[in-house]
Design a protein around this ligand. Structure first.
Ligand SMILES: NC(=O)c1ccc[n+]([C@@H]2O[C@H](COP(=O)([O-])OP(=O)(O)OC[C@H]3O[C@@H](n4cnc5c(N)ncnc54)[C@H](OP(=O)(O)O)[C@@H]3O)[C@@H](O)[C@H]2O)c1
Length: 306
């Protein structure tokens, strides 16, 4: 079968389409015919050699897919070693969900990572009261567009922060009550919660906006690692900081993640949220897909179509 192989650490040219052996299913797993594969920021970090848990290379990247299994339309996470950027992949049946009627395969591949990464912390780590102001950074991206919609669905008021003016409109169209670029963050009125996908200086600016009793959730470090925060400083400000990492939670608390998957799927089926697909590329253009994300030109989820 055809697959995109990451030959080594480096530029987008390291992603090459090759003929590779067919995957083999073991107990509790099934082979899905991939119709779309999500491209995640973490995949870009792996290609650049900057991911904390680097796979052995060469490797086939891709942690989420949508496709067909025995005539059924499905979506889900692939096993931790990846393999989604391919015509077929082994998937743990526990992490397969039915693709909603009328949803495209591209939307299915855009769903699991973005919506679970948003839903679990926004429902388990903070309490979003009616009208709560929730600041979301990288709000036009794959996880960000999911978070904006989820805060809306929870009756909160999403406030979107993005890296460029071109990205302001998308989160607004999804229900953000305010949208600003990072350089205008200091003008935002105080917020009840922060959902941060950027880290670095943006995280520091976002923390400064928290009201007393507010909570920040650190999720991504696309813009640089987070500053350290000491309990002394947190106590003095009456605020809290949580960290969230879905990959590890899947291993440590699969029951919680499984329940959350059912809950957030119902939200999609009920029409309260929908995955946003920003761009589709054939397998041969996987390098271009990575480049779009790395250069901060993507919005929503970037998807590969085998
Ligand atoms: N903890 C977890 O479990 C988990 C799970 C999934 C994703 N994540 C993290 O969440 C973040 C979003 O992931 P995603 O897949 O949805 O990606 P994405 O948001 O679609 O793309 C990354 C975005 O990060 C922003 N960014 C800020 N500084 C950047 C820089 N120096 N270089 C590149 N991008 C920069 C850009 O948006 P602006 O131009 O608007 O700033 C860019 O579009 C990533 O940091 C990812 O690693 C964490």
């Amino acid at each position: 079968m055809r697959a995109v192989v990451l030959e080594g650490v480096g530029g987008p040219e390291q992603l090459v389409v090759r003929d590779v052996p067919e995957p083999e299913a073991s107990d509790g797993a099934a082979i899905v015919d991939v119709r779309a594969a999500g491209v995640n920021f973490a995949d870009v970090l792996i290609r650049l050699g900057r991911y904390p848990q680097m796979p052995e290379l060469p490797a086939i990247l891709g942690s989420e897919i949508a496709g067909e299994l025995d005539g059924n339309r499905v979506m889900g996470f692939v096993r931790s070693e990846g393999g989604g950027y391919a015509e077929r992949v082994v998937v743990d049946t526990r992490w397969l969900l039915p693709l909603p009627t009328n949803a495209s395969f591209a939307e299915g591949a855009a769903f699991p990572m973005a919506f679970l990464t948003s839903w679990i912390p926004l429902t388990e780590l903070v309490r979003i009261a009616f009208g709560a102001r929730v600041l979301i950074t990288a709000a036009a991206g794959a996880v960000g567009t999911a978070a904006v919609q989820i805060v809306r669905a929870l009756n909160g008021n999403p406030i979107a922060a993005v890296g460029s003016v071109e990205k302001l409109e998308l989160p607004r169209s999804l229900g953000a009550v305010e949208a600003v670029t990072y350089d205008a963050l200091s003008e935002v009125e105080p917020v009840d919660a922060v959902f941060d996908l950027v880290g670095g200086d943006v995280f520091a600016s976002a923390l400064a906006l928290l009201k007393p009793m507010g909570t920040a959730i650190a999720v991504g470090y696309a813009g640089g690692l987070w500053q350290d925060v000491s309990p002394t400083w947190l106590v003095g400000r009456n605020i809290g900081v949580h960290g969230f990492y879905l990959g590890r939670l899947i291993g440590r608390n699969p029951d919680l993640v499984g329940r959350a998957a059912q809950d957030v799927l119902r939200l999609w089926e009920g029409g309260a949220v929908r995955p946003i697909v920003g761009a589709e590329f054939p397998l041969e253009a996987a390098g271009g897909a990575h480049q779009l994300i790395e250069e901060r030109q993507s919005t929503g989820k970037v998807v590969l179509i085998p």
